[in-house]
Design a protein around this ligand. Structure first.
Ligand code: DSN
Length: 428
């Protein structure tokens, strides 16, 4: 149970508030869509590994009047007047971020994880510099060097992958590539890597070639701050994260470092380098998120996220599915359909029809296109927030299996099981 699910009364209060808020909106056309999405979130099992459900306090902050305020600059150094309260909001959130991650400097203004990464590139690199990052089919993120992203267009990208059999990071390959290409920046971090990242070894390689090390922990930051994954500090020069995945905060990004000189460059890169006015309502919500993530309840939640992920992996393996790397150490797993007639895209669509939401994903050495893919990424952060437990993972695996094993068959029986689970764990 999460901190706000512990009291049923609180849970009901949230449902009521959200419902009332949207029913009371003047723009009924838009309210109808928001209400429909609210119902979709209630009625579907959410397995997209990067999504979660925020607390009532975070929702209230995101919907607050702070959205009205322009505050270009940083606390005490704004370009506009009237910033005395938003200064306090941002300073409190910064202090909480530093305390949560145990670091000296935090910029909490990036609008997203991608912009947090771009700020690091702007602060540390020049166009044409070499970046060594993880390839997308091995689990890396778009901003780590994909050709279609700004990173791929403006920098010289060298990509490392995973071992073709174990699907785990091949540190010899990373070292060899680093020595051969002498990157200015090495990125460690992933969007679909189910195993532990060895930040220490990455730093050793970075030091050997004189590169900066960026740890993009967008997916695993909730695990890191609760001790369920090794910490990127003191190894990384810079750490970026989103706040809305396992950290369970509002959508957004952060950049962290222990080095004052880097912190100054990063601040300048975020504003005025990349962004204009910070989203003060989101910054307040980030501050609430950092406080929530420092509680024992959150630590217990993350333990359950990992237990559920392991249980889901086991339940799928027992039903004959192959997982990238054979399993998971964190909040996500990737089902590997390589060699089968089913693509990741077809699996995603088939599950959508029974109200299970997941996303297609590349797998190591994927023979299908980025549109089709041969994998399906599943994560347990969102369902665990609802209160799902390890035994429920077996039911989810059974629903997935029933559906994928009989694509032309009737969907009613599976939908009924999904409905029953969603009713057992209503969203607050
Ligand atoms: N879209 C995010 C994810 O699903 O991992 C990464 O940006």
């Amino acid at each position: 149970m999460t901190q706000w699910q512990n009291t049923e009364q609180q849970g009901h209060a949230v449902t009521h508030n959200i419902g009332l808020m949207h029913h009371a909106m003047m723009d009924q056309e838009m309210a109808n869509f928001i209400n429909a999405e609210n119902k979709r979130q209630q009625d579907h099992i959410e397995l997209i590994a990067s999504e979660n459900f925020v607390s009532r306090d975070i929702l209230m902050a995101v919907g607050s009047i702070l959205t009205n305020k322009y505050a270009e600059g940083y606390p005490g150094k704004r370009y506009y007047g009237g910033c005395e309260y938003v200064d306090q909001v941002e300073q409190l959130a910064i202090e909480r971020a530093k305390s949560l991650f145990g670091c000296g400097f935090a910029n909490i203004q990036p609008h997203s994880g991608s912009q947090a990464n771009q700020a690091v590139f702007l602060a540390l690199l020049n166009p044409g510099d070499t970046i060594l990052g993880m390839s997308m089919d091995a689990g890396g993120h778009l901003t780590h060097g994909a050709k279609v992203s700004l990173t791929g267009k403006w920098f010289n990208i060298v990509s490392y992958g995973v071992h073709p059999v174990s699907h785990r990071l091949d540190m010899d390959q990373v070292r060899d590539l680093a020595k051969k290409h002498r990157p200015k920046l090495i990125i460690v971090g992933a969007s679909s890597y189910p195993r532990v990242l060895n930040f220490k070894e990455f730093r050793e390689i970075a030091d050997e070639v004189g590169a900066f090390l960026l740890a993009d922990v967008a997916h695993i930051s909730g695990l890191i701050v609760t001790g369920h994954h090794p910490h990127p500090f003191p190894h990384a020069h810079v750490v970026t994260s989103t706040t809305h995945k396992t950290l369970r905060g509002p959508r957004g990004g952060i950049v962290l470092t222990n080095e004052e000189g880097l912190a100054k460059k990063i601040d300048g890169a975020v504003f005025p380098g990349l962004q204009g006015g910070p989203l003060m309502h989101v910054i307040a919500a980030k501050g609430i998120c950092f406080k929530e993530a420092s509680t024992p309840e959150f630590s217990h939640y993350i333990r359950s996220v990992c237990d559920n992920s392991a249980a889901l992996g086991r339940a799928l393996t027992q039903r004959g599915y192959h997982l990238v790397s054979g399993g998971t150490d964190n909040h996500l797993l990737v089902v590997d359909f390589s060699g089968s007639a089913l693509s990741g895209q077809a699996a995603q669509q088939a599950l959508e029809a029974v109200r299970i939401t997941a996303n297609k994903n590349g797998v190591p050495n994927d023979q299908r296109s980025y549109v089709q893919t041969s994998g399906l990424r599943l994560g347990t952060a969102a369902v665990t927030t609802r209160g799902f437990m390890a035994a429920d993972m077996d039911i989810i695996a059974q629903c997935i299996h029933q559906r994928l094993n009989d694509l032309g068959g009737p969907v009613d029986a599976v939908i009924k099981q999904v409905q029953a689970l969603c009713r057992t764990y209503p969203l607050q």
